[in-house]
Design a protein around this ligand. Structure first.
Ligand code: YNC
Ligand code: MG
Length: 388
């Protein structure tokens, strides 16, 4: 059934019941000298292109490929619209490899027609911290679909990851492949219900009027928790301590150090935003919340071209109840003109979703590890990893 995935070192559906298979790597590393030296062949009209994302023209081409051909919802009403600044942030973390930014272009026109990327990360599974690649932004132009290009892209990124002596990877997808470690659901909290209803993102509830709906989702103008403020560079050490202590509770989570926290969590306008609670008495940083900005293009609507969405990222509460902290996150998102705040049911998010008026979305997000078995999988609440 999965002609490509059946050949790969991933949990196979037929092995699901086999209790004798050990947790951990599925295949051992091979000597680097045995890693294939040449790129995999492409159909004759195409060529590989290692992308330089510091090149504004190339970044604009990648932005445009994704804006027109990347992930859509099941009803084809919305398509992710990752901004150029976001792509640079997502693809150039500390110690990134340029060779892992892999394009395919038409030899003649030089048009970019496909892409896949990896970035390095340390991810802990139980007590095993593993160097991995996070694979993202796999995209084939709509006109080139179903021609088995995706397996070539996946094999090529795998080869280039192996060349760095890295043998595991993490990725998410909306489709079921062999075999998810867990399956999560997105929840959505309306901030601008009128627009969301107009574009068909949500519907007026039964026995609800528009004015009652607007009132239902109304939020205060400013955060309520004393000491709630935006994260700054001087907070990196304190945030790293909070986050490391918190992520240690989950079965699968990133192993962030201060360099990672500075990159992934320090606010960047319209890319990532982070807030914390600094105790007015002790000046101790006790709580932290963050979200990233990922607009969606609204396809076929006369009034609106984009939805501005915030996605819950990493949140840590030690003093401020998580629900109160996330209510403040909603308030600052609303104040910054986001239309909707999205969150997965990972980590402790279940504890605030219903209370803060998030509603469950359709569509699921499956999490995968490559060449690493986690027997029986984990629950979303045991997952401490958010991929972009
Ligand atoms: C997918 N999303 O099953 P079988 S997520 C992985 N992730 O293989 P073709 C996928 N595999 O089943 P198309 C996949 N989608 O026969 C399809 N596949 O074994 C598999 N969409 O290839 C599929 N982006 O080229 C099948 O399909 C084979 O032309 C079919 O291309 C697929 O970024 C795609 O949703 C997704 O642009 C490129 O539909 C295309 O349809 C498209 O005939 C819209 O491919 C955008 C979209 C996917 C977003 C993402 C994570 C990707 C992870 C890839 C796997 C990484 C493995 C680890 C590598 C490093 C290892 C080390 C160390
Ligand atoms: Mg194809």
């Amino acid at each position: 059934r999965h002609k490509f995935w059946e050949t790969q070192p991933v949990g196979q559906f037929r092995d699901a019941a086999d209790a004798s298979l050990p947790n951990g790597p599925i295949e051992p590393p091979t000597p680097l000298s045995e890693v294939r030296a040449d790129p995999y062949p492409l159909p004759a009209a195409f060529e590989w292109l290692t992308c330089d994302l510091d090149d504004d023209a190339l970044l604009a081409d990648l932005y445009s490929l994704l804006a027109h051909n990347y992930v859509e919802d099941d009803e084809n009403m919305f398509r992710f619209n990752y901004s150029p600044a976001f792509l640079r942030w997502a693809l150039k973390p500390p110690s990134f490899f340029r060779a892992w930014h892999i394009g395919v272009r038409a030899k003649e026109s030089k048009k970019l027609v496909a892409f896949i990327s990896g970035v390095p990360a340390r991810i802990r599974a139980r007590d095993d911290v593993v160097r991995m690649a996070e694979i993202n932004f796999l995209c084939v132009h709509k006109k080139l679909r179903s021609k088995r290009l995706a397996p070539v892209l996946i094999r090529e990124v795998t080869r280039r990851v192996h060349q760095e002596n890295i043998w595991q990877a993490a990725y998410t997808a909306g489709i079921v492949l062999p075999t998810p470690i867990t399956t999560c659901r997105y929840w959505h909290r309306s901030l601008n219900p009128k627009k969301l209803i107009d574009v068909g993102f949500s519907r007026l509830g039964p026995r609800m009027t528009m004015s009652r709906t607007v009132r239902l989702y109304k939020l205060p103008d400013a955060p309520l928790t004393p000491g709630f403020r935006r994260m700054e560079l001087r907070d990196v050490a304190a945030v790293t301590r909070l986050l490391r202590a918190y992520l240690a509770r989950f079965v699968v989570a990133p192993d962030f150090d201060e360099v990672d926290v500075e990159h992934w969590l320090l606010p960047q306008e319209d890319v990532v935003d982070s807030y914390l609670v600094e105790s007015p008495e002790t000046h101790e940083v006790t709580d932290f919340c963050s979200f990233y900005t990922l607009p969606s293009s609204v396809l076929n609507n006369a009034n609106y071209a984009t939805l501005k969405a915030a996605y819950s990222y990493y949140n840590v509460s030690t003093k401020t109840p998580l629900q109160q902290l996330m209510n403040d996150a909603l308030i600052v998102a609303k104040r910054n003109n986001y239309d909707v705040f999205n969150a997965l049911d990972v980590m402790e998010n279940e504890s605030f979703l219903k209370e803060l008026k998030f509603g469950p979305g359709d569509g699921q997000l499956h999490y995968y590890l490559y060449n690493y078995r986690i027997r029986n999988g984990i629950k979303p609440s045991e997952l401490g990893l958010v991929l972009l």
